[in-house]
Design a protein around this ligand. Structure first.
Ligand code: GTP
Ligand code: MG
Length: 195
């Protein structure tokens, strides 16, 4: 995928703010701090388009980024951050759930997990939920640069086993530092959005 343009479009707090142009959408879900915003920046070769933060749990809206005027990345707030209040968590759940279940232009969900650790209970719930609704998805295991190369297959296997991923669901090992997995992920996205 050749990136000709990329821009931030809107921080949507509710359905009424979602784009109405019908362009395909790729959503990113994952624990707070797992590397969603960093992945977007790496995919778009932008240093700081999607805001990365050392303050987990900050983003509470769905952030839309338009790529080449032909598809959107939708950056989700991170789940599973303990310091977020219960009512905030519930509001997040409702918006996210409705989006994931009913959003027509949604073509693919990237579920991000940290390659270094076995997926958490929240990760397992999210995965099970996406599978249950038959939402097209792929798992992206982030921060691959933080473990040694020869340990990667072992960690990838633990991710697959812990989530209970069948063989046909793709797992991409990724690093926003080195760009590992970037091309592979773009091929998958291009296939899913059919551009
Ligand atoms: P929320 O917006 O809070 O949900 O977090 P996020 O999932 O968007 O995570 P973000 O991209 O902000 O990254 C969190 C921290 O992890 C930052 O300090 C990043 O620099 C770091 N990080 C993200 N991806 C990688 C990676 O692939 N390798 C390394 N070494 N660090 C990473
Ligand atoms: Mg973020």
């Amino acid at each position: 995928m050749k990136i000709k343009s990329s821009e931030f479009v809107i921080s949507a707090a509710g359905e009424s703010q979602f784009p109405v142009d019908g362009l395909p959408e790729v959503a990113l879900a994952g624990r707070s701090n797992v590397g969603k915003s960093s992945l977007i920046n790496k995919m778009l070769l932008r240093r700081n388009l999607a805001r990365t933060s050392a303050q987990p749990g900050k983003t509470q809206t769905l952030n839309y980024y338009l790529i080449n005027g032909e598809l959107y990345f939708v950056d989700f707030p991170g789940y599973g951050y303990a310091k977020v209040s219960k009512s905030q968590r519930e509001a997040w759940g409702k918006l996210a759930e409705r989006y994931l279940r009913d959003r027509k232009p949604l073509k693919l969900v990237l579920q991000l997990v940290d390659l270094r650790h076995p997926p958490s209970a929240d990760d397992r719930n999210m995965y099970a939920w996406l599978s249950h609704y038959g939402i097209p998805m792929c798992v992206v295991a982030t921060k691959a640069d933080k473990i040694s190369r020869n340990q990667i297959p072992k960690h990838a296997k633990i991710v697959r086993q812990t989530l209970g991923m069948p063989g046909h669901v793709p797992l991409i090992v990724f690093s926003s530092e080195t760009g590992q997995g970037r091309e592979e992920l773009w091929s998958l996205i291009e296939q899913a959005v059919e551009i």
